[in-house]
Ligand binder design. Sequence first.
Ligand code: CUA
Length: 335
Amino acid sequence: MIVHALAALLQTQVPGLPEHRVANIFKPLASPAQSEYEIAVFVIAITTVIFVVVGGLIVFTIVRFRRRPSDDTRQEPPQVYGSNQIEVAWTVIPILIVFVLIGVTARITAGVQNASPPASTVKVTVIGHQWWWEVVYPDFGLTTANEIHVPASPDGKTATYLTLRSMDVIHSFWVPQLSGKTDLIPNRDNFLWIDPKEAGIYLGNCAEYCGTQHANMLLRVIAHPPGDFEKWMAEQQKPAEQNPQMTEAKAMFESLSCINCHTVKGTPAVGKFGPDLTHLMSRETIGAGVLTNTAENLRNWINDPQVAKPGCYMPSMKLTDQELGQVVSYLESLK
Ligand code: CUA
């Protein structure tokens, strides 16, 4: 499984867009991640000083007051009954430090959460499912999956606001270079915003254990350079491609129970349980980032999803070779 996920991470490369595959909170590339990075450094600095002082005193005491061969073992060491000043000091100082940490954390958290939207804002609703992400653009009437396309914001004037929901259990949205984690909770709306400073692909994953395939619930945020996002959106809003050569394959697909779970816009396939497939071929990965979207992987995936993603809710349909071939070629036509 890990091998599959790694392979997917390593193979996928889109020409033109750099891939920010560093899942590293210390390399922030968006405003919320930047604020959180700064507070993380501040907290680590304070706690490092505490660690050095306390650790240093312990080491000093161990060395300075160790038992020596010359010690008289029968004699009791001097008994010290404490010092009020020292005890007050080591009670009050940690309390003050804790309050400073609380204050700074609250200020940064509020700053991130209450930031007012820039003039140009894209709204996206991300819905967690076991084990994939539904991605809805309510203002554009578009539904897609697993790969979240947003405009990059090199000048800080564009942001993407994410409404986070869940269809089943608690998931957590985490793209480390863009922002901290926020949970997706059933019957509740959570919010998050991102403004990627550089165009490129940002990798993330579900960060809350949500069942057997939690580790294969991967996220890709694709930040488009200015102007490019609109092009992508225009492509996505087109109806599914109607290739006359695919009539037979399309009929085959529509005769199978695939259409109970998947939507292909403008066709009888209107299922909602699985990802929308209208523009499947515009995605880089399948199975929520588990496999690169190649003809071979797609064929193996449809033949038996339980191989790449054991326990996922897409069953093997036990298709014959001919049926499988037709389904794959139809899906391949969904550009
Ligand atoms: Cu979804 Cu873990």
